[in-house]
Design a protein. Structure first.
Lengths: 667, 626
């Protein structure tokens, strides 16, 4: 990942000392220090291109003086800067005269000309002179916005020298332009204007302002944060591996030495081909969707074909590690066939991981699998299962029934190992777990298990804020998060809005500006969504309105689940693999951590065996889970059994007789 | 062709030399672009046919070579080994050459070179002044090898430099050798190549990134064809130079950026790359070692600014060729933002010889002392294309430090006709014009810069007294207005403003302060432009003001153009020499000449369009310009 340098360098500007971060361009820091520098091509959110030349300053480096353009001059040594020397003034005036001669009536040029002492409008008057006050002054804001904000090149410069002008390819209107309005937004003269708002929003300007904030953050912050534009969600693979949270071998472990074979660097280096706008929604400035082209399949009905594969995402790679398959070719292939067959990659991977652990522990053997060797890492046989699942033949059909079915069946078959099978079968409410190790994150355990549709994090992806950013340390924080985030994310779903632009890039000062619990919400980005709704519909949204809107639906969903016989208290309890170490080897792999925790809690474990310590830990962790489960229910306005209280329905205005009828007996 | 190992080079060379020694004579037919345009290929094919018809093709062979440099007298055939030089050869002459020279040992005198100055006949190539004062390093194989046959190159010590560096396996000492040779970039900037390699290698190591080796063959100066000729004549020397650079730098991938309007050079380069790959001189495990490197060709579309390094790299990446600020240099962040070492064709062409013969040998040629500091002088030779009002138009390679006079008068044969030399423009369109009184100055990087011009890539345009220096400045400024990419304001707007002023001066509308305004604009453009195109663009204006200020003043104050070039400032008149022959009147396209036969004619100024046809058609010097 690109890293910003943090070294500070002391420089002298007009005799005054200023501290500047190494490699920073000079101009933004000069402006921050209230030093007036004229410029016609600089824009705070765009890469400087140094074309107007007005921001020239004189620098002295190792005794040698020279002129540089401050907008794109990176500071690398202790220089002296003169921003307004006679030489600088002389050239600025001449440059401003050139501008004035060509575009005499453009307001910002008139302003710059005044600042630079250029008064003679006629000096360079020629047949090129344009009288319009809204003339294009070739600053290039629009072309850079097109390229940097949404990674397109719909408009660019055409023509050389004095024939330089802004155009779309071949001087035609390019149908690929999605009308994102970035170019018009950054145009300083009004040369580019939006003539039609096809969706007829109530307040287009409000949407544009917040949209451009997002665009600017994507262009300027993403390369240093999550690299969503570069590698998409796959950037999380190595982060999770480093934090011991990447599911390895059916969630047993959180890290593996071979993770580099399936991480985002590997994908970028040897797999991703469509580096250019391949966003799932054309016009999205994050453009996190990636693709692999010309991938030759090794198995299945399309064996030998070269195909385009949409992905892999984080979860696809983490699914691979969960199956112990640290093989990128395999990852891309199972990604492709899952997509082609209409099978969910996550459910498949988690289910296979369970099957593999059962195979390795003798719960099933080759007789059950029709001769397939389903150890962890069995790439070829795993793909065969996938094909069988699609063909409707062989052991794959069994696997296709899912973990809930399998674990009941196998637990019955092996009563002596029934507990083990139930502990490692990673499903809740019949849905397979998504690909994060929740063992060490109470918040994520509850986030997964309380989710109404099953352990899927689009309700509450709390693991990052809990474990990586450490933003919700206390019990109350976790309960609050389990109230807020499911509602917040349900609200996204209600409006059909993508969640990724909410938190995969955050404002540069988010962590400094807010206390951790608030920072976790990324308030400025939540506001973007409110303003978007307001701009479209004219209806103002704030946190209360948002949460109330969402809570209605969330409670409705909950009751529907109850109606279907799910969503009971028991249905919200995860298998132990999601909460703590099931096996001895698992415990011992993190012994230091677990022993430490037990000691910290006041348990005397010095003489205890591993199974004894595991039993203590298990009891403790399920107690903790129980507490957080109940705390979350309470915060949601549900009773101890997780049933919405009738008064809560009243509060929300959804105490309809049909609903009350379902929950009344459960109160 | 099978892949070869290091020890096979000597065997191939010996084999090829033995092949060639079987022939009594080899007829080297020049097929550089200049000679091709006058029928070089036809000549070669016809000659081969004749030799075959006569059944003497076991004794004699016609070989198509690259450019000999003496383009003014093409097509050229040189008979080797004796070096007899035949010029302006017509296919009809071939029969005679074969019969007389080859079969009867009698030179065909009428096709020999005759010195236009003193009429002396020179039979041997080496005795012709055009050749005798040259010293060949980059062009060492010109006229002596078939550029499309790699064995010819190998037979003349080709790839020995590469073998040497592979044998020694000391990449850093290669760089040191190049630094010590003092070779400075032949493409225009004159930056010491070895220092560039050092910085590139350091950046690649510091950043732990791959490094690219790029060859700039985007020769854009009007009238310049050094790089084209080197590639047409000896493509393998460029490839070998790049290979040595790649080995020194640890690069695996190289590019040659060549303009698409060089089809012959492109063909020969492609053939050369193919042959080099077939021999295993490019690709994986070069000559059986661990060294892997290959070269791709990138065709440029011909924009002048793409010769600028950063614009060239942007163009290679598929973007519009526009330069960027060089505060972070390309050696650190160049092609695909990776460390990139870019050198010019001629620079690479010198490298194999520097490696083979040593830095001290190279440094001993030229001016100044580069022993401890590569900026301390100009070592080696430089190739120049000599064009304009000069007798021997062509391509020459001379040691640095030679005087302009030696190049123009001795090698170039001076200005043709009775006209006097006025100035020489060096360094391409953004070079400067050097006047007659400076003819004895040495030609090297620093002296040319001091004189207000520059070395550039080696263009040399000679101008005689019928050249108007204001018009010259206007011509080059106009070229640069067209070729400026338009990205930065001073280059785009400033040059245009300068051209507008020059236009009005040439149109007779010059204003009192125009010279000062030109100087002021020039300064702004030089000091504030983004790249060196703008940074040097005012040179033609400034150097002509410096040396020919009086011509500007005449144009502005007296409304006169002494060279008779600026039409609005001149009038055609008929003087007493007129015999009344009516020729001018008949040829005048606007019928503005009146007068009866055998009587003095008169030009009516109100109708005259100053096309000059009357002056050209008058046999009696009766039309004068005032």
């Amino acid at each position: 990942m690109a890293k910003k340098k943090t070294n500070k360098i002391n420089i002298l500007v007009d005799g005054k000392p200023i501290t500047i971060v190494e490699d920073n361009f000079l101009l933004p820091d000069l402006l921050k220090n209230n030093i007036a520098i004229p410029t016609l091509c600089h824009h705070k959110d765009l890469t400087p291109n140094g074309s107007c030349r007005l921001c020239i300053v004189e620098i002295e480096e190792r005794g040698r003086k020279r002129l540089v353009t401050s907008c794109n001059f990176p500071v690398r040594s202790e220089i002296k800067v003169e921003t307004n020397s006679e030489v600088v003034k002389k050239y600025r005036q001449n440059l401003a005269e050139m501008y004035l001669g060509r575009w005499p009536n453009v307001e910002i040029i008139q302003k710059v000309a005044r600042e630079c002492g250029a008064t003679d409008k006629d000096k360079y008057k020629s047949y090129l002179t344009e009288d319009s006050a809204h003339a294009c002054i070739l600053c290039g804001h629009c072309t850079r916005a097109c390229n940097e904000f949404i990674q397109e090149d719909i408009i660019d410069f055409a023509g050389r020298g004095i024939k330089r002008h802004i155009a779309m390819p071949f001087e035609n209107v390019d149908p690929h332009c999605v009308g994102c309005t970035s170019c018009a937004y950054v145009c300083p003269t009004g040369a580019i204007q939006v003539s039609d708002n096809r969706n007829h929003p109530v307040n287009a300007k409000l949407i544009q302002e917040h949209g451009m904030k997002v665009n600017a953050e994507m262009a300027t912050l993403d390369p240093y944060q999550c690299r969503m534009r570069e590698v998409g969600t796959a950037n999380i693979v190595e982060v999770m591996n480093n934090y011991d949270l990447l599911p390895v071998k059916n969630f047993k472990y959180g890290t593996h030495e071979d993770t580099w074979r399936i991480d985002s660097n590997m994908m970028k280096k040897s797999y991703f081909t469509q580096g250019h706008p391949d966003q799932c929604w054309h016009g999205c400035s994050m453009a996190c969707a990636k693709a692999v082209e010309d991938f030759e399949l090794r198995t299945g009905p399309y064996k030998g074909h070269k195909v385009i594969v949409d992905g892999p995402e984080y979860e696809t790679a983490a699914g691979s590690s969960n199956m112990g398959c640290f093989d990128m070719d395999f990852c891309v292939e199972y990604n492709f066939y899952c997509d082609t067959y209409g099978i969910d990659t996550i459910s498949f991977a988690t289910c296979m991981a369970f099957v593999m652990e059962c195979f390795e522990n003798g719960i099933i053997d080759k007789k059950d699998t029709d001769g397939l060797e389903l150890n962890f890492g069995a790439t070829t046989d795993t793909l065969e299962i996938l094909h069988q699942m699609a063909r409707g033949k062989g052991f794959g059909v069994e696997v296709g029934q899912g973990i809930k079915y399998l674990k009941n069946k196998w637990a019955e078959k092996h009563p002596e190992k029934a507990d083990f099978v139930r502990d490692i079968g990673m499903e809740v409410k019949g849905l397979e777990f998504s690909e994060y190790v929740s063992k060490e994150s109470l918040a994520q355990q509850a986030g997964y298990s309380l989710a109404l549709k099953g352990p899927q994090h689009d309700e509450a992806w709390l693991i990052f804020m809990d474990m990586v950013n450490n933003q919700i340390p206390s019990f109350e924080d976790k309960a609050e998060a389990l109230y807020y985030f499911p509602l917040f994310r349900t609200w996204f779903g209600l409006y059909g809005l993508c969640k990724i632009v909410w938190n995969d890039v955050v404002p540069a000062d988010n962590a400094q500006k807010h206390p951790p619990q608030i920072a976790a919400k990324i308030p400025e980005h939540v506001e973007n969504y409110w303003k978007f709704v307001e701009g479209m519909t004219g209806r103002k949204v704030d946190e209360k309105i948002m949460l109330d809107e969402s809570a209605k639906v969330h409670n409705l969903q909950k009751i529907m689940g109850l109606m279907l016989g799910k969503n009971s208290f028991e249905d919200d309890i995860p298998p132990y693999r999601a909460v703590g170490p099931v096996t001895e080897e698992e415990y011992e792999s993190r012994q230091e951590r677990y022993d430490g925790q037990l000691k910290e809690l006041g348990f005397d474990i010095d003489d205890k065996t591993t199974p004894e310590k595991m039993a203590i830990l298990r009891k403790y962790r399920y107690e903790q889970y129980d507490k957080v489960q109940k705390a979350a229910y309470k915060r949601r306005g549900w009773n101890e059994k997780g049933i919405p209280k009738i008064e809560r329905l009243k509060e929300l205005g959804i105490d309809l007789p049909e609903l009350v009828e379902i929950i009344e007996p459960l109160q | 062709m099978a892949k070869i190992k290091r020890e096979d080079l000597a065997r191939i060379a010996a084999q090829e030399n033995e092949n060639q020694s079987k022939y009594k004579k080899m007829l080297m037919v020049c097929t550089g672009t200049g000679c091709v345009s006058t029928g070089g290929f036809d000549l070669k094919n016809k000659l081969s046919e004749i030799l075959k018809e006569k059944g003497i093709d076991n004794d004699f062979i016609a070989v198509a070579t690259g450019c000999n440099g003496f383009c003014a007298v093409g097509p050229i055939i040189v008979v080797q080994p004796e070096g007899t030089f035949y010029q302006k050869v017509n296919p009809k002459d071939l029969e005679e050459i074969v019969e007389s020279h080859l079969l009867n040992g009698k030179t065909v005198e009428r096709l020999l070179h005759k010195n236009p100055v003193d009429g002396a006949i020179n039979e041997k190539m080496d005795n012709i002044p055009f050749f005798s004062k040259q010293q060949l390093i980059a062009l060492r194989n010109k006229g002596l090898i078939d550029p499309e046959n790699i064995d010819h190159y190998i037979a003349r010590n080709g790839y020995e430099g590469l073998k040497k560096v592979l044998d020694e396996n000391q990449p850093d000492s290669i760089i040191k050798e190049v630094v010590d040779s003092g070779i400075r970039g032949r493409g225009g900037g004159g930056f010491p190549a070895g220092v560039k390699w050092q910085s590139g290698k350091k950046a690649a190591i510091d950043k732990n990134e791959e490094i690219f080796v790029v060859c700039n063959a985007d020769e854009g100066d009007p009238g310049a064809f050094m790089d084209r000729s080197i590639i047409e004549t000896d493509p393998h020397t460029v490839i070998e130079g790049m290979l040595i650079a790649a080995f020194a730098l640890g690069s695996k991938e190289g590019y040659i950026y060549i303009r698409a309007e060089y089809p012959l050079a492109m063909d020969r380069l492609q053939i050369a790359l193919k042959q080099a790959r077939a021999y295993g001189l490019l690709g994986d495990n070069i000559l059986g070692t661990d060294f892997c490197f290959d070269i791709h060709i990138h065709r440029g579309a011909g924009a002048f600014v793409c010769g600028e390094s950063t614009a060239l790299m942007r163009s290679m990446q598929g973007h519009v060729g526009e330069p960027r600020a060089k505060y972070i240099r390309s050696v650190e962040q160049g092609f695909r933002d990776k460390p990139t070492v870019l050198n010019n064709v001629e620079t690479y062409a010198n490298i194999p010889e520097i490696i083979r013969k040593g830095a001290a040998w190279f440094a001993s040629i030229g001016t100044g002392n580069v022993k401890d500091n590569p900026w301390g002088g100009s070592s080696g030779t430089k190739v120049f294309s000599l064009v304009g009002d000069i007798t021997n138009t062509g391509l020459v390679e001379v040691p640095m430090g030679i005087t302009l006079r030696e190049i123009i008068e001795d090698i170039g044969g001076g200005v043709p006709g009775k006209k006097r030399f006025k100035a020489v423009q060096t360094g391409g369109p953004s070079g400067g014009c050097i006047p007659a009184e400076k003819l004895d100055m040495p030609v090297d990087f620093d002296s040319l810069t001091e004189a207000g011009s520059m070395m550039g890539s080696g263009g040399m345009i000679v101008m005689d007294e019928k050249t108007c220096m204001v018009d010259v400045a206007r011509y080059f400024t106009n070229f640069l207005v067209d070729e400026s990419c338009g990205k930065c304001t001073p280059c785009r707007e400033g040059l245009f403003a300068m051209r507008s002023i020059l236009d009005r001066i040439c149109a007779g509308d010059g204003k009192k302060d125009d010279i000062e305004e030109l100087e002021r604009l020039s300064e702004t453009v030089i000091k504030t432009s983004l790249c060196q195109l703008g940074g040097s663009a005012p040179n033609p204006v400034l150097s002509t003001i410096r040396y020919f200020r009086n011509e500007y003043e005449e144009h502005i104050n007296d409304k006169k153009c002494r060279a008779g070039v600026c039409k609005p400032l001149i009038q055609y008149h008929i003087n007493d020499n007129c015999t009344g022959c009516r020729v001018c009147a008949k040829n005048c396209p606007v019928d503005c000449i009146s007068g009866e036969a055998k009587k003095l004619h008169v030009i009516h100024q109100d109708k005259c369009i100053k096309c000059g046809i009357c002056e050209e058609s008058c046999k009696f010097d009766a039309v004068t310009i005032e």
